[in-house]
Design a binder for this molecule. Sequence first.
Ligand code: GLN
Length: 309
Amino acid sequence: MSELQELVEGVYRDLKSHIGEGKIADYIPELAKVDPKQFGIAVATLDGGFHVVGDAETSFSIQSISKVFTLTLALGKAGDTLWTRVGREPSGSAFNSIVQLEYEKGKPRNPFINAGAIAVADLILAGHQPREAIGEIVHFARFLAGDDSIAIDHEVAKSEAETGYRNIALANFMRSFGRLDHPVEHVLGVYVHHCALAMSCRQLARAGLYLAAGGNDPLLGNRVVSRERARRINSLMLMCGHYDGSGDFAFRVGLPGKSGVGGGILAVAPGKASIAVWSPGLNEYGNSQVGAAALELLAHRTGWSIFGS
Ligand code: GLN
């Protein structure tokens, strides 16, 4: 067994007794049905190695982790003009907060809070019907993961569409400032569908490799984004990827990371690996409790923190 595989299994073993801790997201009714006693880790290294343990092959709702992929897509379409629509400052507020939007005249603080991702969805919709935009995002996730089986969980999308009053409010508020080009229903349709992408830790770790490898897919040799863009996406993940828990995550883990309320986290160790963890119980900020603990141990034991080993 390789040293890294042993290390990943050690992290799993050390946290096994904590599986199920935290609070599962229940404001999206379909997510409340997920068994909280699950935990997976997948580490994909730049040389093509995969080190997995636990429930790493089980698909789960990636939720806000998808915002990394939609940001990447939207930057490809709009380039740096995207930053006239969305800021790049940490918010220090909850993922679904509306308060700062009023002060900033409807311009979201960053692309990873809900308001920011809604603005990004609006950009991806340019020139498309919602169905086409959703299809484009699914294809992009499949391309990044090298796996055509990746799909949207339509029950989750429907469940969020029916109950997502806060996001409906956010989108209408932004639209009132002239910040959205498309009908609110279309924008939210794209948003809830990309949040409902279902992927496993293994697929997610594979999909995130381009961010660890300076924008290149290291396994196929394709350039996904420029080196500079990959670096910038990583910096946004570090500063904003865990909402008002971003400081705590940087302090404990020291890697760019993006969480989702499904309990997944995608973390990037630049030049080394892409890591996905999943365990549904969430901490007070809506980030996976056991997942963050796993990344903390992993970063500590590998010495991969970007702030030094
Ligand atoms: N779809 C979820 C929502 O809008 C995403 C939130 C999250 O993963 N933090 O509430």
